[in-house]
Design a protein around this ligand. Structure first.
Ligand code: FEO
Length: 394
């Protein structure tokens, strides 16, 4: 496996082929925890670590290249998928200094017993000379935690970008020109939608700040390293940043006795009649992880749920809570669903849409028990209206 980013700059992380869950994110293709070793003429730095259970693998990778000579342990981000191995690494290389911002030190100290750690605090723009390899540190708040920073290796044009530009993607390949690019871009979009979307503005600010650097390699903390397709991922980030709507409508629903399913299918028929691309998801068979990237670049979405126990279906409540937290911007839509004796589900879903500032093109469309021809026609009409509006996007 090729792990070299540049002479004396190596990937030393861990490929997690089996992980399938990352704080509610379904990581169906696994992940990697990327750590990097930079060996200068006078000093060696390890940039980030891995999840705690894989500390031994990381330490073995480092020792294979540098023996016990590690002078600096850079911590770009205190989240435990990257900092979890720090206690073991500090123990393995006790003379090394932990290089981080004051905010990161505070976060590390709240996670671990750092009483024996030797900290070297750095500020925005500060440099660290390793001898022919110069590290420079840039704060990138909320990408993806308040304390996050990126590290720039000037001589080799490598940006260690932390979570930004990452993917939860396990692969034997380390670089974009060695991997299946379609899969990588699918996972990069999924990663952005699930992890970064809420922080789109801080990400854009970080891109603006770092965009002037002569970047040859972007080395994120998860997944594939970008070196041949950097314009592709930068262009994608600029689109995703604004949740840019495309000519697409998404219909997603929960159903109990198929009444709401029939309404959802009628909405989809209406969209289809306009020629607008659409996707139809029954949440019983769709994860939130897969749903949110579809909503991110849709023009609008319609949400169907029956009423259960005077509220909406629990699966729909979970999905809407997840979507509301990530706040896809600039969408339009409406809600619909069946009920038995009190109509509550579609109305409750509509409140979620209001909180997300979705422009609702209709009050909730509801029906008692089974949909009538008239209700199905109404669903088709609203689907058609959504499709026609989405097609107006240039
Ligand atoms: Fe991959 Fe925010 O940690």
């Amino acid at each position: 496996m090729n792990t070299q980013l540049a002479p004396l700059v190596d990937w030393v992380g861990y490929i997690d082929w089996t992980v399938r869950e990352f704080h509610s994110y379904v990581t169906s293709r696994g992940s990697t925890y990327n750590a990097y070793l930079v060996r200068g003429a006078s000093a060696t730095a390890l940039i980030d670590t891995v999840k705690a259970p894989y500390a031994d693998k990381l330490i073995a990778n480092v020792r294979e290249l540098a023996g016990d000579k590690v002078d600096y342990l850079v911590c770009n981000h205190a989240e435990p998928d990257h900092s979890g191995a720090f206690p073991a690494v500090v123990q393995a290389f006790p003379s090394a200094e932990v290089v981080c911002t004051a905010k990161t030190k505070d976060a590390l100290t709240r996670h671990y017993d750092t009483s024996s750690w030797r900290f070297r605090l750095v500020k925005e723009g500060e440099t660290l000379d390793l001898g022919g390899k110069t590290l420079q540190f840039f704060e990138t708040p909320m990408v993806h935690w308040p304390e996050s920073m990126a590290t720039w290796l000037a001589e080799d044009g490598i940006l260690f970008s932390m979570d930004a530009f990452g993917q939860h993607y396990a692969s034997a390949a380390r670089f974009d020109d060695e991997a299946d690019l379609d899969e990588v871009m699918q996972e990069a979009k999924k990663y952005y939608a699930n992890i970064v979307l809420l922080y789109a503005r801080p990400v854009a600010a970080a891109l603006k700040k770092l965009g002037g650097l002569p970047i040859k390699v972007i080395a994120p903390s998860h997944g594939i390293i970008w070196r041949s397709r950097i314009p592709l991922i930068l262009e994608a980030y600029s689109r995703w940043h604004v949740s840019q709507p495309s000519r697409k409508v998404v219909v997603f629903y929960s159903t109990m006795w198929s009444s709401t399913r029939r309404m959802a299918e009628a909405v989809a028929e209406g969209v289809a009649s306009t020629g607008c691309p659409f996707k139809l998801f029954n949440l019983e068979f769709t994860t939130d992880t897969d749903l949110i990237p579809e909503l991110m670049d849709a023009a609008g979405f319609a949400v169907g749920t029956p009423t259960l126990n005077m509220s909406l279906m629990p699966r729909m409540a979970a999905a809407l809570t997840y979507v509301r937290g990530l706040k896809p911007a600039g969408k339009f839509g409406f809600t619909f669903g069946s009920f038995g004796w009190a109509s509550k589900g579609a109305e409750e879903a509509s409140r979620y849409l209001s909180e997300m500032q979705v422009e609702q093109i209709s009050p909730p469309v509801t029906v008692r028990f089974a949909p009538t021809d008239e209700v199905l026609a109404k669903c088709r009409d609203l689907g058609r209206a959504m499709g026609e509006r989405a097609l107006q996007i240039q």
